[in-house]
Design a protein around this ligand. Structure first.
Ligand SMILES: [Zn+2]
Ligand SMILES: [Zn+2]
Length: 272
């Protein structure tokens, strides 16, 4: 069923859009992002239980029955927990690269597997998906740009450094979902054991608020409309700190900056 049906849209004012985005959950306890062009709706990751994903979709007037596919970034459980159950329950194909699938036996039997390769673009109906490699301690982790009718958005979380390839992909997007995982000082003085602190700060860990700010300083352009800070640590960061620091980056555009939450879905953002 298309999300663009009159019933589905009656609650929203913006009927005319290219891409709609809704972060259902973000953080180390689970990640999932809903993306739709009104005809085709996908999830990037499903790292909560199937039931909880359904609940969060419903809370925004969306429905799991409208979904057409799930795309997986990497095999860490905070990204795949609900993938298997949703795939089976709603007969959803799962786009996943081979190394990630191999590393995730807990997915169980999927309704259908559509392998992709990082670096090779593919489509889900009219959504143009471009997966790119990111630097993270998983087997073949990926970020994505998703484009439709001239509007492109990007999602890049779970990365220790933003390589030049990542920066290239994030350059011209109207909306960015980017990581602002930790405040380095909170991480240093916080309760995590030393090896974990090192892992988080490493090239295959997570971006700090300062990293995120530097990245955004470089990426900003006048058509950037929205930045969603994502995968914040509950222990080593606060939404206020992340917002205050990363927002400073924006000197050349009026993009709105918001924070994706772990425990509730964000609003649906419609992009023309
Ligand atoms: Zn993660
Ligand atoms: Zn991860």
């Amino acid at each position: 069923m298309a999300v663009g049906s009159p019933e589905a849209l009656s609650d929203h004012t913006q009927v005319d859009y290219n891409i709609a985005v809704c972060t259902l959950a973000s953080g180390s306890k689970g990640n999932a992002t809903y993306i739709s062009d009104g005809e085709t709706s996908i999830l990037i990751d499903a790292g909560l239980s199937g039931k909880e994903i359904q609940r969060r979709l419903t809370s925004q007037g969306l429905s799991a029955e409208q979904l057409n596919a799930i795309i997986v970034t990497h095999e860490h459980s905070d990204h795949i927990k609900g993938v298997g159950i949703l795939s089976r329950r709603y007969k959803l194909p799962v786009y996943i690269n081979q190394k990630t699938e191999k590393a995730a036996p807990e997915l169980g039997k999927l309704h259908a597997v559509r392998p992709f390769e990082c670096g090779k673009a593919f489509t889900v109906d009219k959504l143009a998906i471009h997966p790119f490699s990111i630097s993270h301690d998983a087997h073949d982790p990926s970020g994505f740009t998703i484009g439709q009718n001239g509007t492109t958005i990007a999602i890049a979380t779970d990365l220790g450094i933003a390589t030049s390839m990542v920066r290239e992909h994030l350059k011209h997007c109207a909306l960015l979902i980017m990581e602002a995982n930790h405040d380095p000082q909170m991480l240093q003085t916080g309760p995590y054991p030393w090896p974990l602190k090192q892992r988080i700060q490493s090239r295959v860990g997570h971006l700090s608020n300062a990293d995120s700010k530097r990245l955004l300083q470089e990426l900003q352009h006048e058509n950037l409309r929205h930045v969603i800070l994502a995968h914040l640590s509950e222990i080593n960061n606060t939404p206020d700190k992340a917002l205050a620091e990363v927002s400073q980056a924006l000197t050349r555009c009026n993009a709105e900056v918001t924070v994706a939450d772990q425990y509730s879905s964000g609003p649906v953002i419609y992009l023309k």
